[in-house]
Design a protein around this ligand. Structure first.
Ligand code: BTN
Length: 322
């Protein structure tokens, strides 16, 4: 009901809507309306009230809450079911739990803060207030070896969305780090539950240091990580980022599942800051030096080494001169 009250006020943002009109339209008492208005204010909505004129919505908060994410969202599946938390240990962990309990394809989990955010290769992911910590539950009918392409697709869509929202130029470091002026601004962690030839579910976790203040970065990552706020001096509307991301992601994902990965691969290459570089690949305890020449249809990095072209599916890449 709160959402319905909000919708009515939203249609006439900056104008007064009488308590009587709200109560008549929604068929609830004026006392109940007052209660819902109180709850919306608690969430951060600025609503003026006047005994004679009624209620007037002045400002909406940039909070990752279902109301706001859903507002104007035109996806069919993605984000139709939203679990939102002020604080959680890890949205990926929660998403996995929900997926195991049968959560539907396209369910998303978001949080304002994570206390045990997880990164790739068993690392921690620093997740303070101001970022976007988001996990998608997907149930694609694809073979497990194609999962990597979904991760690369996520990186492309996250890069495009970020460029659109923050007016910056980002690059992708294989496989899926988003870099801004050489520092990491976002990362993606994909976790999969699969059998030999089919995927049960996929959790795609995206962490974007959107409006994270410089003071929120621990010393250990200050030299290698950044945020959109730090780089541009301006806060972005996180709910808008999430909405645009979900919309574009759904479109591209449906396309990739049906028609394959080639079109996305081309865009990934355009964003890549890894290809054409001398690299060091750290993979399964080994350190391999070579020249990154391409990625293949499955998203593996192709590196020309002393032994010829080698394909890497996982690992960490640093540019040789880093
Ligand atoms: C990386 O190491 O680059 C991947 C970082 C992924 C972080 C995101 S934040 C939302 C989701 N929940 C997590 O615990 N991790 C991912």
């Amino acid at each position: 009901m709160e959402e319905k009250v909000l919708m009515l006020l939203r249609e006439k943002t900056n104008m007064y809507v009488s308590g009587e009109e709200v109560s008549r339209t929604l068929q609830v008492s004026r006392t109940a309306i007052w209660k819902y208005i109180g709850r919306l204010r608690e969430k951060g909505y600025t609503i003026d009230s006047s005994p004679r004129r009624g209620y007037c919505l002045r400002a909406v908060p940039d909070l990752l809450i279902p109301f706001e994410i859903r507002h104007g969202l035109t996806t069919e599946l993605l984000g139709r079911k939203i679990y939102a938390y002020a604080t959680i240990d890890s949205t990926n962990r929660r998403a996995r739990e929900l997926a195991q309990d049968g959560a539907s394809d396209g369910t998303i989990v978001v949080a304002e803060m994570q206390t045990e955010g997880r990164g790739r290769l068993g690392r921690e992911w620093n997740s303070p207030q101001g970022g976007i910590w988001l996990s998608l539950i997907l149930r694609p009918q694809i073979q497990p070896f194609k999962v990597q392409s979904i991760t690369l697709l996520t990186a492309v869509v996250a890069a495009e969305t970020t460029e659109l929202i923050a007016d910056v130029a980002v690059g992708i470091k294989w496989p899926n780090d988003l870099l801004l002026h050489g520092k990491k601004v976002a990362g993606i962690l994909t976790e999969v539950s699969a059998e030999m030839d089919c995927v049960r579910y996929l959790i795609v976790g995206i962490g974007l240091n959107a409006n994270v203040a410089i003071t929120s970065f621990p010393e250990s990552v200050k030299d290698i990580a950044t945020s959109l706020l730090v780089q541009t001096g301006q806060a972005v509307q996180r709910t808008e980022w999430v909405r645009i991301f979900l919309q574009r992601f759904e479109q591209e994902y449906n396309y990739v599942v049906q028609h394959g990965f080639s079109a996305i691969l081309k865009r990934w290459r355009e964003y890549s800051i890894t290809l054409g570089q001398d690299v060091v690949v750290h993979c399964a305890g080994q350190r391999i030096v070579g020249h990154a020449v391409d990625i293949n249809e499955q998203g593996a990095l192709l590196v020309e080494t002393a032994n010829g072209i080698e394909a890497f599916w996982a690992g960490e890449v640093s540019l040789h001169n880093e």
